[in-house]
Design a protein around this ligand. Structure first.
Ligand code: SF4
Length: 456
């Protein structure tokens, strides 16, 4: 760490990359200057402030070469599994198989932001009848239709039951477009009745034993289908190894989040922390490499913390962030106005919880699937958010609404009320579309007001 940690522009990264190369930077095959991603379409990079470490360079290069990685997998004959609306369950099973790669097609929702809408995936979705009354996940439909991004998966899975209307409608449309889907069900999680057998879930919730058994049966059906599809055994031995590897990712993220969100000064920007957290969902299509990328990032953060160095001034206001942003630029904006992230709930906190290793593997995965904050009542999600706010010591909360999202019409109000009642800290709700440039002055003002309120 011979350069003080800083957030720098893409232009500054040109110079920084040349210096790192001169100093003997060792890069993986997907490495290279960040500039090339902007030149080949990811134009939003030119508007972002990025961490200046070699570890962050590797993180961004890993993220932005995922489509390439999937195409290479196809070229060498690997099987490709698309796991729709599955934030971290089926990929754990899929990565226990050899020569199989699983990815999350819903991740296309960041394409309109990263490519500043040149892809026209949203317009394609419009033309297919899925307009902006749906959340930006409709970009996935455009990406399937224009086939200009990820290769078409050999098999698609999608969870149903306690699923938002957006994904439910989109997945049905995908199937009608000729992409067969292996559906599996997760019921709406309910409180166990008095006297009813209850099972603890990762993350602190409980579910009735019959619901855990139902999801376990569904995952058994998926397991059988994956065995038949891949021609490989996927028994308890393989699944235990898969769970162990997924937990390695989750442990690394656990320490990274703790150091990143509690150390003073802030050791890693919000944007890189967001990208790192996302690796938990499907390992960015390469599980061993995602472990390596996270190890590098964690080493950088540990070194910064030990040296007392950070990327933001000391005592930035500590903000807990709820929901992922459709425009990555907004994570910069929070820091520009004097805030920093101290805890997050990006809709996939269950993919960060450790998977129990002392249970039959499919039961352990069933418990994790039922721990998804989106399959239970918003009060449960709000309680978990309150616990996490206390744990990380946040001073304020931003609830970032997702335009058109059916899951969160009123959920933000439930969360905000509970946070104010229980913790007495300020909460604001903002709406973040895929490109916020036109809204930036008003978003800035609202975030500034929150930060000023806490500074007094
Ligand atoms: S953001 Fe909400 S509405 Fe959109 S896909 Fe995710 S859970 Fe569904």
């Amino acid at each position: 760490m011979n350069h003080p940690p800083r957030r720098i522009s893409l232009e500054d990264w040109d110079q920084r990359y040349a210096e790192l190369v001169d100093a003997g930077l060792h890069e993986p095959a997907y490495g290279g200057p960040l500039r090339r991603h902007a030149e080949s379409g990811d134009r939003r990079l030119t508007r972002l402030q990025l961490d200046n470490s070699a570890a962050a360079l590797q993180l961004w290069n890993f993220l932005l070469t995922e489509e390439q990685r999937l195409r290479q997998a196809r070229e060498v004959g690997w099987q490709i599994l698309g796991t729709v609306k599955d934030l971290g369950t089926i990929p754990v099973m899929a990565y226990a198989l050899r020569r199989v790669v699983a990815f999350y097609p819903d991740g296309a929702w960041w394409l309109p932001c990263l490519m500043e809408d040149q892809t026209r995936v949203l317009q394609t979705a419009d033309s297919l009848g899925i307009d902006d009354s749906f959340c930006p996940v409709r970009a996935m439909l455009g990406a399937f239709a224009n086939q200009a991004h990820f290769p078409l998966p050999d098999l698609l899975t999608c969870s149903v039951g306690a699923t938002c209307d957006d994904v439910s409608a989109l997945a049905q449309r995908l199937e009608r477009m000729g992409h067969p889907i292996l559906w599996w069900e997760v019921p709406h999680r309910r409180q166990p009745e008095p006297g009813e057998p209850a099972i603890p879930l990762p993350g602190g919730f409980h579910a009735p034993a019959c619901q855990v058994a139902l999801v376990q049966a569904e995952l058994t059906r998926v397991r059988d289908a994956l065995q038949a599809w891949s021609g490989q055994p996927l028994g308890d031995r393989q699944l235990r190894a898969g769970i162990g590897a997924a937990n390695r990712v989750r442990k690394l993220l656990g320490e990274l989040r703790w150091l990143g969100y509690t150390s003073e000064p802030c050791p890693l920007p919000a944007l890189e922390m967001l990208v790192a957290e996302m690796l938990a969902i499907h390992f960015c299509s390469d599980q061993p490499e995602s472990i390596h990328v996270l190890e590098q990032l964690l080493a950088e953060v540990r070194a910064r913390v030990t040296a007392g160095l950070g990327v933001l001034p000391k005592h930035a206001v500590r903000v807990f962030w709820v929901n992922p942003v459709a425009d990555l630029r907004v994570m910069n904006l929070l820091e520009d106005v004097g805030g920093r992230i101290c805890g997050t709930e990006y809709l996939f906190c269950h993919a960060l919880d450790l998977i129990p290793e002392d249970l039959p593997p499919l039961e352990a995965l069933a418990r994790c699937a039922l721990a998804d904050p989106m399959v239970g009542p918003p009060q449960d999600r709000s309680q978990r958010i309150c616990r996490e706010i206390r744990r990380f010591g946040a001073q304020a909360v931003v609830i970032s609404r997702i335009p058109g999202a059916s899951h969160c019409g009123l959920e933000g109000l439930v969360i905000a009320d509970m946070v104010r009642d229980r913790l007495g800290i300020p909460v604001i709700e903002i709406e973040v579309p895929p490109i916020t440039d036109a809204l930036e002055p008003s978003l800035r003002t609202r975030l500034e007001a929150l930060i000023e309120l806490q500074k007094r």
